[in-house]
Design a protein around this ligand. Structure first.
Ligand SMILES: [Zn+2]
Ligand SMILES: [Zn+2]
Length: 122
């Protein structure tokens, strides 16, 4: 239900005719004007790191980066919660493979496997 509401909100944002490219200054840098709202909504729906289950220093990562998919900046299916907790760095490690200029195409599956391993660790 919340997912549908969220998708609906993204459609509304699209309806404003926002072109993310106008607001993007650098890769993984400045977001579109509606990004703070979308980010807040995503974190309300997914308040834990998808890779470690942590709740500290959460960030919303784009599965497909702006340069590849600027039209997906606000799309729920393109977003995943990852943390930047100093001892975990899931966003940097799992989302970007230790390079902010790169990204992990399989981050969703990757994060799910890692989380499962952590939850079932001996
Ligand atoms: Zn990211
Ligand atoms: Zn994490």
């Amino acid at each position: 239900m919340l997912e549908y509401f969220y998708a609906y909100c993204c459609d509304v944002l699209d309806g404003f005719g926002i072109n993310p490219w106008h607001h993007i200054k650098a890769f993984c840098g400045k977001r579109g004007t509606q990004w703070p709202r979308v980010r807040k909504l995503h974190l309300a729906l997914y308040p834990t790191c998808s890779a470690c289950g942590g709740t500290e220093d959460l960030e919303v990562h784009h599965v497909e980066p702006f340069q590849n998919a600027p039209n997906k900046e606000y799309y729920p299916a393109n977003l995943i919660t990852l943390c930047e907790a100093p001892t975990r760095l899931c966003h940097f490690a799992d989302g970007h493979l230790y390079s902010w200029r790169s990204w992990n195409k399989d981050v969703r599956e990757w994060a799910a496997r890692k989380l499962n391993a952590i939850q079932n660790r001996p």
